[in-house]
Design a binder for this molecule. Structure first.
Ligand SMILES: [Zn+2]
Length: 366
């Protein structure tokens, strides 16, 4: 090998080492888990989406509307501090910019639902598209003009430095930590799980990776999923999403994108029998199904990780309890549905009934 070639290689190595250092220091919104490309999902921790959800959460809190954290008594990771707290050490200018942000959100968005409001779902996808941008007006780089309402652009750009200085580092860290913890299970079991769920719902899993936006706050439920395009938002600080619950939350949310055949089949059966359509049955079914499919995976993860500290670790110890059981969803609203699911849907999951028969039987027993 010539000296010149050696030197070239040496510089190339130096350059790539430098690139790794710079990339590490300026971690981009797409989260690198250290495993290379993960299957099934693409995780993001985006500045603007996190600011947006934080202002929304603060505005809802001021208006005494339901927020994430209301039912969070069991939270294993306390919610990050709120900037609204007077003891937080903001300058007067910072406090004004932040309060203006909350006031704007209170007037325009607090009464709207993050999942069902067209305005908010559009805004979420716009902010996600511009997550690499330092501003939203395009004043530094033209392609960063997000085309938002000019007043909202001003509000977000004024609140941004306050958020960046005081809350964002903690929020970003929580987002990345959540993803790092669930990554080994996604890597090992993600493809199998997605295929199993697609088979159950008699459909195809999306070909592209599903975008998951990690945010310190999501909606009151701690996670929500918008369709067209399929986009999952998960709160990294919600107590209900932590530890062994993470994998199920991830696949429950993603299942919103493929469970339409169940909803359609329930509606069809109801029409044939002239019965009122049970609006939430399909959602109870999605909870039940993800829980049952994830349960054996978590049992083996727990067995492999007896100290409970790893990705499968159940903080409370004991066998894995699916989300809807643990959070009392059936007990509170869906007692009757649980009975139907256990009698008619579980046999389908076990391969002892067909999809059509299981749905038909559930609906006729309603
Ligand atoms: Zn759901």
């Amino acid at each position: 090998m010539s000296l010149r070639l050696l030197l070239t290689r040496f510089y190339a190595l130096q350059l790539s080492a430098l690139f790794v250092l710079v990339a590490g220091a300026l971690a981009g919104p797409q989260i690198d888990t250290g495993y290379g490309q993960l299957p099934v999902f693409e995780f993001h921790s985006g500045f603007w989406l996190n600011l947006h959800h934080t202002l929304y959460q603060e505005a809802r809190k001021r208006a005494s509307l339901p927020t994430q954290g209301d039912k969070n008594a069991k939270s294993s990771s306390p919610a990050p501090p709120s900037l609204a707290d007077p003891s937080n050490g903001l300058t007067d200018a910072e406090r004004r910019a932040w309060e203006d942000g909350i006031a704007y959100y209170a007037a325009n968005f607090a009464n709207k639902d993050l999942l069902f409001s067209g305005d908010l779902t559009l805004l979420k996808s716009q902010l996600g598209d511009f997550e690499d941008c330092a501003d939203l007006s395009g004043s530094k780089q033209k392609f960063c003009n997000a085309g938002l309402d000019p007043k909202l652009t001003r509000i977000l750009e004024a609140a941004a430095p306050v958020y960046r200085a005081h809350l964002w580092p903690g929020h970003d860290r929580a987002n990345r930590r959540w993803v790092l913890r669930v990554a080994p299970l996604v890597r090992q079991r993600g493809v199998g799980l997605s295929q199993r769920l697609a088979d159950i719902y008699q459909t195809q899993w999306p070909r592209h990776k599903i975008r998951v936006d990690m945010t310190a706050y999501a909606n009151w439920a701690g996670a929500y999923t918008t369709l067209d395009p399929l986009d999952v938002t998960i709160s990294s600080t919600d107590g209900r999403n932590q530890g062994s619950a993470a994998l199920e939350v991830l696949f429950h949310e993603a299942s919103h994108g493929i469970a339409q055949p169940v909803e359609a089949a329930i509606i069809r059966e109801c029409r044939q029998r002239d019965k009122a359509i049970p609006r939430d049955l399909w959602h109870a079914l999605v909870f039940y199904t993800t829980g049952e499919v994830v349960r054996p995976i978590m049992a083996s993860a727990d067995a492999a990780d007896s100290d409970g500290s790893g990705p499968g670790g159940s903080a409370s110890g004991g066998p894995y309890k699916p989300y809807a059981f643990r959070e009392g969803l059936y007990r509170r609203n869906w007692d009757n549905y649980l009975d139907l699911l256990e009698r008619f849907w579980a046999p389908y999951l076990d391969g002892r009934a067909t999809f059509e028969d299981a749905i038909a039987r559930m609906v006729s027993a309603l």
